[in-house]
Write a protein that binds this ligand. Sequence first.
Ligand code: FAD
Ligand code: NAD
Ligand code: NAD
Length: 522
Amino acid sequence: KTKDHAAEDKSAEDEAADESAAATSAPKHEKDFYPYILIGAGTASFAAMEAIREKDPSAAILIIGNEDIGPYMRPPLSKEMWFNESEETTAKLSFKDWQGKERNIILEGKEKIDTVDQEALDKIESAESGVKLLTGTTVSDLNVAEQSITLNNGKVLKYGKVLLATGGVPKSLPVLKGAAEGKVTTFRSAEDFKKLHALVQSADKKIVIVGGGFLGSELAVAISHYGKGKNVQVTQIFPEDGNMGLVFPRYLSKWTTSQVEQEGVVVKSNSRIASTKTTGEQVELTLENGEKVLADHVVVAVGIEANVELAQKAGLELDDVRGGVVVNAELQARRNVYCAGDMTSFHDVTLGRRRVEHYDNAILGGRVAGQNMASDKLHKPYKHQSMFWSDLGPHIGYEAVGILDSKLSTVSIWTKKPTTTAAGNAEESSSQEESVAKTPVAEKEGKRERATATPLPAETVKVEDKEKYNKGLVLYLKDKKIVGLLMWNNFGKVDDARKILGQVYDTEKVEALVKPFGIHEE
Ligand code: FAD
Ligand code: NAD
Ligand code: NAD
């Protein structure tokens, strides 16, 4: 299994449906009709395209995207790309993966993708078997009754099945609106990477990153690493107590901040920007506490909004709570209209309705949508649990499944007991290095909850020792059920985690539960 080709278990129902899949001889189509149109040339569309072609080998597929390049991996843009040893590798948009293998961010699979422009598309008399990619083109309308779409040049195309995989749009911060044009940007695409990289490359820059979530934290560490020796200073500003504060339990979030700081980042937690002004070539940010921070460039990483513009105009149902288009477990919004990836609010048969903004969800969801699009008899539910991962500097790497929300109760199991300095509620570090330490840092609906083991308030954790949280597991609980698992510096256990998801948590059985995670083994 790989992250970019996360395999699905092929069930008997798939096999049966394979037989009923469309005929292998290429049918003749009317002009401007495509049996499959995939809107958004991103990760989810790529996975859907491959799944459709597996089930329907003669399928004529048109992918339409408004970026200049075809589907690519975004994850290296905030991680590996900044760690490249040579600028030539970066210029090619290549990177070294964690195994040391050089790869390009462009997604490649079995299918040949034929890139066309609008002029070439106009000349096609009848869509033929194969995959066409129309780049630099926005789909401006979807008509679900007519089964048609309109391109930004006014051209109308008809579809048999359509996939909406339009991803997300980075949020902006109103307080930064006044700053000079081009000095404050968001970060989502390969183009954004190229621009920011060129800026940091020119040395002596002060970069401010606003946001303490996945993107802000990864970018802060990555740019700080890249900027070493170039006199680049990275400052990160966010309202939470620590990095990844909305995701990790509080003590772990604070410890993560200490590690981000060790990478040279100046972290301003519990901070918000009150006002901004342009001073010469720089932007001056005034924080709510009155402190001023100067920046040559500000990167805003304060989350995304599901990109539902097209879906909304088409009258599809939207999820008011989570954002995104509401689909059923088969990833269908309406007859012949499917959704996958970041913009999809789907029914997770184990964990309830969700919207997930991670790569593997786009791959797995895209695959299921594609399979269902290619076979009217399949009705396959999306029930394979996606995973996500991140790296934050040399000492932090993690993989996770399910719901990771710092508001939930958590139970943490670490290879070593964290030592604390607080009197009263601190447990001395055991001489047994490999003992299991349960550190329940429970904050349920704002209230701290006393759990079975010694509570460990975040502010009592001394964080000078990088060994402290070197390998562990955090369980996230909701209504006594395990709804999320975070595997900290503990890789290759995602399948074990999937088996546990949804189970009732029982303190008595915790040793057996965590056995597959090898917390005792080093
Ligand atoms: P996208 O990949 O965003 O693709 C949607 C595409 O549709 C875009 O190209 C968009 O321009 C296009 N589009 C939108 N509207 C239209 C329209 N009307 N017409 C034509 N085209 C349109 N996840 C992880 O799990 N691990 C990571 O380490 C990780 N790192 C990340 C790093 C970065 C810098 C970013 C930005 C994201 C990262 N993610 C990571 C998240 C992951 O990349 C996304 O979840 C994933 O890309 C979602 O895929 P998608 O197909 O839904 O959307
Ligand atoms: P996020 O949702 O992870 O984090 C949002 C952050 O915005 C919060 O942690 C908070 O610190 C900050 N924020 C919110 N309001 C703010 C305010 N008023 N002032 C300052 N900060 C504020 O989103 P992101 O980090 O921007 O990431 C963008 C997208 O890319 C997400 O979909 C994310 O999942 C994805 N991504 C994922 C990975 C990964 O899975 N490893 C890596 C990078 C990006
Ligand atoms: P795999 O099938 O899990 O991964 C295949 C591909 O996915 C890799 O080529 C890589 O590009 C990507 N990938 C996987 N984990 C990643 C991560 N944590 N960060 C960035 N990219 C990642 O490969 P496998 O050989 O079966 O590996 C077994 C396990 O070891 C995996 O779970 C992997 O995550 C883990 N691992 C991770 C790291 C790391 O994060 N730095 C290092 C070594 C091993």
